[in-house]
Ligand binder design. Structure first.
Ligand SMILES: [Mg+2]
Length: 278
């Protein structure tokens, strides 16, 4: 997503017509092809896990690791977490379990859960640029700075009044550096600044060229603006996309909340028949 900051929508401007929240999980299991033919690709925050006041406070419900481990087995290793978090951070959250993953919005990739091998496609962010962006956190108490290595995130969940000020401060820095190869990703109570040139979608595209993902139908679930790049490439990969919390453009269905996603994934394992797509 190469989105100009000036065109960047705020969270509450995203598809307001899609806010309807039906009571039940609207995604039938029959939509998912047999797990032996499927690559299960899952965003983490706001999709598998409930959002927390700060990124460090997310909690992995005990049953989720069991579900993910069984899905990893049943898909022959073709389950991957697709996140803006670094692989290191992902491993800390799910410790002691490790999973194949696309991390850092496509900056990093690991195909085998037991491997340390990580493909990296991105240089770390420029230190001076990071320093300037980091200073934005001083605008207000409650703005939380997160250095993700390949990107820098400014969270304002605890300082919602500061959204506009943060936006303007980022705009000023970008105006100062018109040629810097960076882009700004708006998220849920967060602005994230990263190198341009890689996205979750580019990471997923590469993942799907590698064993054991190659030749399978991807099934992706995500909740946020950065997941829209993956929603958009699912037709090219003969895959299916589902959103969480709102019905995003181009998805086959949506879940109301991460708890519905977790329940759905657990039920996928109950159903040995795994009806193929029509
Ligand atoms: Mg998310």
């Amino acid at each position: 997503m190469n989105q100009d900051l000036a065109e960047m929508p705020f969270e509450d401007e995203l598809s307001p017509e899609d806010e309807a929240s039906p009571e039940t999980v609207p995604v039938p299991r029959s939509l998912v092809p047999h797990l032996s033919e499927t690559a299960v690709l899952l965003d983490i925050d706001g999709t598998l896990l409930d959002l927390a006041p700060t990124p460090r406070e997310v909690w992995v419900p005990p049953g989720l690791s069991k579900t993910l481990n069984r899905l990893l087995q049943r898909t022959g290793g073709a389950l991957a977490l697709v996140s803006g978090r670094s692989l290191n951070d992902i491993d800390l959250i799910f410790a002691p379990d490790q999973y194949p993953a696309v991390g850092g919005h496509g900056a990093e990739m690991r195909l085998d859960p037991d491997s340390d091998a990580v493909a990296s496609h991105a240089p770390p962010m420029d230190k001076e640029l990071k320093r300037r962006l980091a200073a934005i956190a001083k605008l207000s108490p409650g703005i939380l700075l997160e250095d993700k290595g390949y990107s820098l995130a400014l969270h304002y969940r605890l300082a919602p009044h500061a959204e506009k000020a943060i936006y303007e401060a980022i705009s000023l820095i970008r105006a100062d550096l018109p040629n810097a190869p960076i882009e700004v990703l708006p998220g849920k109570s967060v602005f994230e600044i990263k190198h341009s040139g890689f996205t979750k979608a580019s990471g997923v595209r590469e993942l799907m060229t590698r064993e054991p993902f190659k030749g399978r139908r991807p099934f992706f679930i995500g909740d946020d603006v950065t997941d829209e790049s993956v929603f958009a490439i699912m037709p090219d990969l003969d895959g299916l996309a589902f959103s969480v919390g709102r019905r995003a453009h181009g998805v086959a269905g949506h879940f109301d909340a991460p708890s519905d996603v977790r329940e759905f994934l657990a039920h996928l394992l109950d159903d040995e028949r795994d009806a193929p797509l029509p």
